[in-house]
Design a protein around this ligand. Structure first.
Ligand code: DX5
Ligand code: ZN
Length: 232
């Protein structure tokens, strides 16, 4: 993975057909997705349950590019190796998931995966500052984690301050929750480069009728790129 601040669209398979993950991942990549975002939920850290390392390992061969694994679980540490072995390129843990996020990020990097740090809407940037040398991505949540299809919570100011904090470091700013062609430009303008979108990518299509996926991804990308001046 070479670092770039170009806009990347990362469809969340939380909004895909759960009986058809392999074909859904291939379909969104063919439709122009840059990364595939995998939402892991444990029914404890968040009030919903999705899937674990075995499912990630099963879908890995169906993803050509970046497999971006967002862990909404607590504790995190006992499962890091499992997700790394499943083939995650990026493993993101929440700062709110436990008292020892520094240890968790060390453990993620020790597997060879990139380390991501997710922060909930109610969490500030205080704790992030001391972790900048050990992360490859900050995931700014624009919904309270647990469910797809929720209303976007504007975190423009937080993203702007985070972008300034990051400076010249090779750290992605990822936005997760409620991203649509309407909200994507706000986040791109504030400094985000990875836009996760579940509902807004998968709506209207299926693995056997993937044309809407392509239109949906293009609409988000064009709206975001119009803000960053990289529209070609
Ligand atoms: C929320 C998840 C998100 C979410 C995105 O807990 O981390 O990835 O599913 O879905 P939409 O785009 O539908 O808000
Ligand atoms: Zn997510």
């Amino acid at each position: 993975m070479t670092f770039s601040r170009a806009i990347k669209i990362a469809p969340s398979i939380l909004a895909a057909d759960f009986a058809n993950f392999g074909a859904e991942c291939a379909a969104v990549e063919d439709a122009g997705a840059d990364w595939v975002h995998i939402d892991v939920m444990d029914g404890h850290f968040v009030p919903n349950i999705t899937f674990g390392p075995a499912t990630c390992a099963a879908i890995r061969p169906h993803i050509r590019g970046v497999m971006d694994v967002h862990l909404m679980i607590a504790p995190v540490d006992p499962y890091i190796e499992g997700f790394a072995k499943a083939g995650a390129d990026i493993i993101t843990a929440h700062i709110e998931a436990g008292p020892h996020i520094h240890r968790t990020l060390q453990a993620i990097r020790a597997t060879g995966a990139k380390a991501g740090l997710a922060i909930n809407p109610g969490t500030g940037l205080d704790g992030v500052e001391n972790l900048l040398e050990m992360i490859d991505l900050v995931c700014v949540m624009t919904v309270n984690p647990g469910f797809g299809g929720q209303k976007f919570i504007d975190m423009s100011d937080k993203v702007r301050r985070l972008r300034a904090l990051i400076g010249g470091r090779s750290i992605h700013i990822e936005i997760d929750g409620g991203i649509t062609p309407e909200t994507a430009p706000l986040m791109a303008r504030a400094g985000a480069d990875v836009l996760v979108a579940g509902s807004a990518v998968f709506k209207g299509g299926s693995a056997t009728d993937p044309a809407p996926y392509g239109r949906n991804i293009r609409a988000i990308r064009e709206a975001a790129e119009a803000e960053t001046g990289t529209l070609t």
